[in-house]
Write a protein that binds this ligand. Structure first.
Ligand code: FES
Ligand SMILES: [Fe+2]
Length: 384
C-alpha cells in the first residue's frame, strides 16, 4: 500500500484547482431527486463549488441540465428550486431561454449586429438518474453513475429510493477544512469509539463492507440492543424496531452507508436516507450540504424516528466538524509527516490512490516550486 497523501496537498491552491477539475467537474455530482422536479417547468439548482447547475424538466417531460449562466453577460439565471412558466428569464437584461435551453427572446435584438440566436443557447451538460437520484457531470466522459455503484445498486431497490421525496429541510454548513480532510474522515470508522461516543453507544461496525472499482464504497452498521443511557438515543433504539417494517429482513436493525466518488455520502436508515455532500469552496473551506429523502407517506413511527435521527446525528456532524478542523490545523505543522493508517482506514488508501491517479502531482512528497504545480502535474500525467 502507498503512503497517505502528503500534508502540502491539503492546503495548496494549485492542487485545489486541479482537483476541482478532476473530481468536481469530471465526475458525477449529486443534485437532488427526480420527484423534486416532477412537473414540466420545475427546476432545481445546485452548487458544485464555483460552478452552479440547473436541472430542468422540459415541456416534453425530459430532464436536462445546464450550466446556470446567462449567455449574454454571465448572470446566474435561477436560484434554489422552483418552477418556470414558459421560459427561463434572465433577471439582468431579460434574455429568455426555452426550457430545453434554446435562446428564445432578446430585448431590442436589432441592437446586436449579425446576431445568431442559434449559437447562444444554454450550455447543456450530462445528466443521469440513478434510482431517482439525479447526477450531473460538467465535463468529459466515463462510466455512467450506475456503473460506479455496480451491484451495490440493489440496496436502492430494497429501500425503494426511486419513490422517495424530500422529507426534512436541507441545511448547509461551512467547515474550515480542505474537502479531502472531510472525506478522509467520512471514509473511516476507526474514530467512532473516541470521536463519537453517542454513535458508539448505538452502533457496531459490521464486516459487511466493500470497495467497488468505480470509487464507491459501502458498509453497514448494526444497531446495538443494549439500551443507551442517553434518553434520545434510547428512544431511537426503542422506536427503531417499530419503524423498520418497510425494509426487508436483511436490512432490519441496520444503517447502510455509501461513500460515492470522493464527496458524497449516502446514509440509509429504515426511516429515510440522508445526503452528506462536500462542496469545495477553497483549499481550506468546504460547504457541507445535508439533505433528507424518504417515503412520502411516513407512518407515525417513521416520522418520530426521523426526528430522533436528527437529534442523534446532528451532534455527530458537529463532532466531525471539530475533529476535521483540528486535523486541518495540524496538517500545517512544520515538518509533519503522516503516520500509518490502520486496516480500518483502508478506504482512505484507495481514495488517496484515486487522487494520485487523477492529479498525479499529489504523489510528490514535497510541494513543487511556486508556480510549478500545474506544469509538474502535466509532466507527471504524460510521464508518470
Ligand atoms: S446577463 Fe442575462 S440578459 Fe444580460
Ligand atoms: Fe465521524
Amino acid at each position: 500500500m502507498a503512503a497517505p497523501l502528503a500534508p502540502w496537498t491539503y492546503s495548496n491552491a494549485d492542487v485545489f484547482e486541479l482537483e476541482y477539475d478532476a473530481f468536481f467537474l469530471r465526475r458525477w455530482q449529486f443534485v437532488g431527486h427526480v420527484n423534486e422536479v416532477g412537473e414540466p417547468g420545475s427546476y432545481m439548482t445546485a452548487d458544485l463549488g464555483r460552478d452552479n447547475v440547473i436541472v430542468m424538466r422540459g415541456k416534453d417531460d425530459v430532464l436536462r441540465s445546464f450550466l446556470n449562466v446567462c449567455r449574454h453577460r454571465a448572470s446566474r439565471l435561477l436560484e434554489g428550486r422552483g418552477s418556470c412558466r414558459g421560459v427561463i428569464r434572465c433577471p439582468y437584461h431579460g434574455w429568455t431561454y426555452t426550457l430545453d435551453g434554446k435562446l428564445h427572446g432578446v430585448p431590442r435584438e436589432g441592437n446586436f449586429p449579425d446576431f445568431d440566436r442559434s449559437t447562444h443557447g444554454l450550455h447543456e451538460i450530462q445528466l443521469e438518474v440513478f434510482h431517482g437520484l439525479v447526477f450531473v457531470r460538467v465535463r468529459g466522459n466515463g462510466p455512467g453513475i450506475a456503473d460506479e455503484f455496480a451491484h451495490s445498486g440493489r440496496y436502492f431497490d430494497l429501500y425503494d429510493v426511486a419513490n422517495y421525496v424530500p422529507c426534512l429541510e436541507e441545511s448547509t454548513q461551512i467547515w474550515n477544512v480542505n474537502w479531502k480532510v472531510a472525506w478522509d474522515n467520512y471514509l473511516e470508522n476507526y474514530h467512532i469509539p473516541v470521536g463519537h461516543p453517542g454513535l458508539n453507544r448505538l452502533l457496531r461496525v459490521t464486516d459487511e463492507e466493500e470497495e467497488l472499482p468505480g470509487g464507491v464504497s459501502y458498509g453497514t452498521f448494526a444497531l446495538k440492543d443494549k439500551p443507551s443511557k442517553v434518553e434520545v438515543e434510547r428512544q431511537y433504539q426503542e422506536q427503531f424496531h417499530h419503524a423498520n417494517a418497510r425494509v426487508p429482513d436483511e436490512l432490519k436493525d441496520k444503517w447502510v452507508q455509501f461513500g460515492v466518488t470522493g464527496n458524497l455520502g449516502i446514509d440509509m436508515y429504515p426511516e429515510m436516507l440522508d445526503i452528506f455532500q462536500l462542496i469545495p469552496l477553497g483549499p481550506a473551506k468546504t460547504l457541507v450540504r445535508a439533505a433528507y429523502y424518504g417515503h412520502r407517506d411516513p407512518t407515525p413511527e417513521e416520522s418520530k424516528l426521523r426526528q430522533l435521527n436528527i437529534q442523534v446525528n446532528d451532534p455527530v456532524n458537529e463532532e466531525d466538524r471539530i475533529l476535521c478542523e483540528r486535523v486541518q490545523k495540524g496538517l500545517q505543522t512544520t515538518g509533519y509527516r503522516p503516520g500509518p493508517l490502520s486496516s480500518e482506514e483502508s478506504s482512505i488508501y484507495l481514495f488517496h490512490d484515486m487522487v494520485r491517479e487523477l492529479v498525479p502531482v499529489t504523489a510528490l512528497e514535497n510541494c513543487p516550486a511556486t508556480g510549478q504545480v500545474a506544469a509538474e502535474n502535466k509532466r507527471l500525467s504524460v510521464n508518470p
